[in-house]
Structure formats: structure tokens, C-alpha cells
Design a binder for this molecule. Structure first.
Ligand code: SF4
Ligand code: SF4
Length: 425
């Protein structure tokens, strides 16, 4: 497979656009990937309304460079492309996130519609897939190509996230939660991601790794300047090169491993054709340790031995938590695996008062709590709002709570076994 690597120290829109044009030419030319009247859906990573400098979302200036690339290539090739942008973030409406981070304004600047994924439809996958038919946003089917514009990051469930995992955004919000409960195991979930990517009409993939995100991912870590721009003929090859450059062994990334087995493609980047600048490896990038989830039957996935010795688990630092309750809202299990309990010891009184009395935060918390209080069966849990706690016996380890926490209050504690495995690897 073919992939291009470029190094740029910052977000210079015109310079990035030139690199993308160069990449398309290396990869066989624009016409190889697009037809003259294609409808193209750009799919950036719009996880949440975070400042683009945190490296959590696709940077709006990178996004702008991609738009300029398409406009220029269309003009050069005398194409009449229809370009749009869309995503379905985890909690907030996509238009709100797009406006908060500046992507929406760029769409307006270039007269490109921003599509709020609202509809639902089914697409037929391969019978051998983990899921035969995927439920996706119906708007997606109006396009000839979906162009994944991922951010280079880690992911607590899938280890790494890039072009392929970014495509999970075409799944409507509630269906995402359902898929997490159906496929709680990271390996099986990753297989589902590959099957989904295979079921979509994807094409070139453009990864923004200029400011990436290291450590806890996809949102709880820190920005890191890598300066990478990676463009590949498909999302797999982009993810393979990106993860290799930051020090992963691709065999430790379940979706790459499964893709390579499914399509009989080498996981060694040396077996692929790489163009562009000299590769820059960043072994100092803070990776997350790989923990393969166990295949222990569901009935044994509880109790001290499973929860603390065998399985990695999310953990809330109540000192950092500001009770926004986004983690509670996104938790897909029924009943929720995050409980609000009376705080007995871990917070000092002063800290509790601060949380309860900061006016802006309190207003938000109150709004959320009022909503949650309406859920009759949970009413008693919220009478004494003091502290969040996990019920590890029902938690399926999807790590959506860690993904969504805006205050880095949730971390992943590795199990004793995964720590031991890591130390002998
Ligand atoms: S999302 Fe984070 S800050 Fe918000 S309630 Fe959960 S742990 Fe606390
Ligand atoms: S990892 Fe978090 S979101 Fe997922 S089931 Fe457990 S508590 Fe809920």
C-alpha cells in the first residue's frame, strides 16, 4: 500500500495544502481516487468542544487546508465536486461542537454544508462481519466517498485511534452506546471497527498529527507537537504508519492486527511504499500500555479477582471531578455503572463546598442533576450528591466515560496482570 509522510512544524494552511497536493500526486493522482461529480463527505474528529490546541480534535486549520486541497484539485481537473462535512460526537450536538471549535465557521467560509447526522439507516455488510448490517447516519449514504480526517491519538479501548476508528462517528449516538454494550471486549470491538470501515465508501485518508495527543486517550492526555501530516490511500495504511512512528508495535493494536489478517496485508511498514519527507520516529510519545481484555465468560466478570487483578478499570479522581455528569450520561450500561454516592472520606469538606458552590459549575450540575432526578428509579441515588463511584460488576470497560470527561478526572488503572505482562514484554 502507499502512504505519504510530511513534517510541518505548525498549521500553515497553504503549506499543508501544498503537501496534500504533493501526496495525492505520489499516491497516483487525484483522478485515481475521485470521479468528476463525486459527492464527498469530510469526516473530521469532533469528539468534543475542546480547544484545538489540546490535540483532541482535528485542527480547524488542517481542515481548512483539506478543503482548499479539494477546491484546487477540482479546478485543476475540471471536476464539479460536492463537498460537505459531518460528524456525530459522543454527547453534544455536532453543530454545537463544530461551532465551538471553529470547523463550522470554516465550512461557512467556503460555502460547504455542515451536516448534523440525524437520520438512521442500515447498510449491508459482509456476511462474515461481526455485524451483518450496520446502522449508520442515513445522510452518509448520500455521498460517494467518506474522507476520514483523524487526529493522531491513543484510545483507552482500541489502544490507538486514527483513520479507521474516526469512522465510528458515522454511527448515530444511541447506536454507538448499544455497540459498546454489545462488544465490550477491545479485540471484538476493534474487529467491528474494521468491518464498519470496510462497509463504507472510504478513499484517501488525511491524518492531522501536527499537534497530536499523547497519554490517556482520546481526551484525557496532553497535546504533543509531532509535526506529522500523513496521507494514505486508505485509513489502514495511515494508522499503520502513524502508530509505528510513535513507537507502537502494530501487532498490539487489535484493529490493525485484524485488518492485516482479514485482508492479508503486512503489518510491517517496511513492506509498504512510503513517500515524502524522511520519517521522524517519536519513541518519547506517551503510549498507553496494551491490555488485552480477557475472554472470561460474562458470569465470571465480577468480584475482586476479576475487577482488580484481571481487568483494567476506569477510576475517578474525585478531587478533579466537577460533577458535570457527562460520564454518567454517556455510560451505556443499564443500570448505569457510575453511581453517585454519599461522600464519606476522600474529599475534604472545603473541596466539597467548592464543587457545590462554584456558581457556573453548580448551575450546570444542577441542570444535569435535575434531568437525572427525573429518572424515577435512580431518584434515591441522587438525594445525597457527594461522590461518584464505579460499580465494576456492571461496568463493561468501554471507557466512554474516560473518553468524555472534560476535566481529566478519569484515568485507567491497569490490572495487576496487565502490569505484570507489560513488565515482561
Ligand atoms: S465527566 Fe469527569 S468531571 Fe464530569 S462528572 Fe464525570 S468524572 Fe466528574
Ligand atoms: S467504562 Fe465507564 S462508560 Fe463504560 S460501562 Fe464502565 S462506567 Fe460505563
Amino acid at each position: 500500500m502507499k502512504v505519504c509522510f510530511f513534517h510541518l512544524s505548525d498549521y500553515d494552511v497553504d503549506l499543508i495544502k501544498e503537501k496534500l497536493i504533493e501526496a495525492a500526486s505520489y499516491l497516483g493522482g487525484f483522478q485515481k481516487y475521485f470521479n468528476s461529480k463525486d459527492k464527498i463527505l469530510l469526516k473530521p474528529n469532533l469528539l468534543a468542544s475542546d480547544n484545538p490546541e489540546t490535540g483532541v480534535i482535528t485542527h480547524p486549520l488542517f481542515f481548512e487546508a483539506v478543503i482548499k486541497f479539494f477546491i484546487e484539485e477540482a479546478k485543476k481537473n475540471d471536476y464539479q465536486l460536492e463537498i460537505a462535512c459531518g460528524d456525530s460526537p459522543a454527547v453534544s450536538p455536532s453543530i454545537k461542537v463544530a461551532k465551538d471549535v471553529g470547523i463550522y465557521q470554516i465550512c461557512e467560509k467556503y460555502n460547504i454544508p455542515f451536516i448534523d447526522f440525524k437520520g438512521k439507516t442500515q447498510i449491508n455488510g459482509n456476511k462474515k462481519n461481526i455485524i451483518k448490517n450496520f446502522e449508520v447516519a442515513s445522510e452518509v449514504l448520500n455521498f460517494d466517498k467518506i474522507i476520514s480526517l483523524p487526529k493522531l491519538k491513543n484510545h483507552s479501548l482500541t489502544v490507538f485511534t486514527g483513520g479507521m476508528k474516526n469512522l465510528f462517528g458515522v454511527i448515530p449516538g444511541k447506536t454507538k452506546a448499544y455497540l459498546h454494550t454489545r462488544f465490550p471486549d477491545s479485540v471484538v470491538f476493534s474487529k467491528m471497527i474494521v468491518d464498519l470501515a470496510d462497509s463504507l465508501k472510504t478513499g484517501l485518508c488525511f491524518m492531522d498529527g501536527i499537534i497530536a495527543h499523547e497519554g490517556e486517550g482520546p481526551r484525557g492526555g496532553n497535546p504533543i507537537k509531532l509535526g506529522y501530516i500523513i496521507v494514505g490511500e486508505n485509513p489502514f495504511i495511515v494508522d499503520l504508519l502513524a502508530s509505528t512512528l510513535v513507537g507502537y508495535n502494530p501487532k498490539d493494536i487489535p484493529f490493525l492486527k485484524y485488518y492485516s489478517q482479514k485482508h492479508d496485508v503486512s503489518l510491517d511498514i517496511k513492506d509498504h511504499q512510503i513517500y515524502g519527507d524522511q520519517l521522524i520516529f517519536r519513541k518519547d510519545f506517551k503510549r498507553i500500555s496494551f491490555y488485552k481484555k480477557t475472554t472470561i465468560p460474562k458470569r465470571f466478570r465480577k468480584g475482586f479477582i476479576y475487577n482488580y487483578l484481571i481487568s483494567s478499570r476506569p477510576f475517578i479522581d474525585n478531587k478533579k471531578c466537577l460533577f458535570c455528569l457527562q460520564c454518567y450520561n454517556i455510560c451505556p450500561t443499564e443500570p448505569k455503572s457510575i453511581l453517585l454516592i454519599e461522600n464519606k472520606s476522600s474529599l475534604k469538606d472545603g473541596e466539597i463546598e467548592r464543587i457545590e458552590q462554584t456558581s457556573e459549575e453548580t448551575k450546570k450540575v444542577d441542570e444535569n442533576i435535575e434531568k437525572i432526578k427525573k429518572i424515577e428509579k435512580d431518584k434515591n441515588k441522587f438525594k445525597k450528591l457527594k461522590k461518584l463511584k464505579y460499580n465494576y460488576n456492571t461496568c463493561i470497560r468501554c471507557f466512554c466515560c474516560q473518553e468524555i470527561c472534560p476535566h481529566k478526572a478519569i484515568e485507567i488503572k491497569n490490572s495487576l496482570i496487565s502490569k505484570l505482562l507489560k513488565s515482561i514484554r
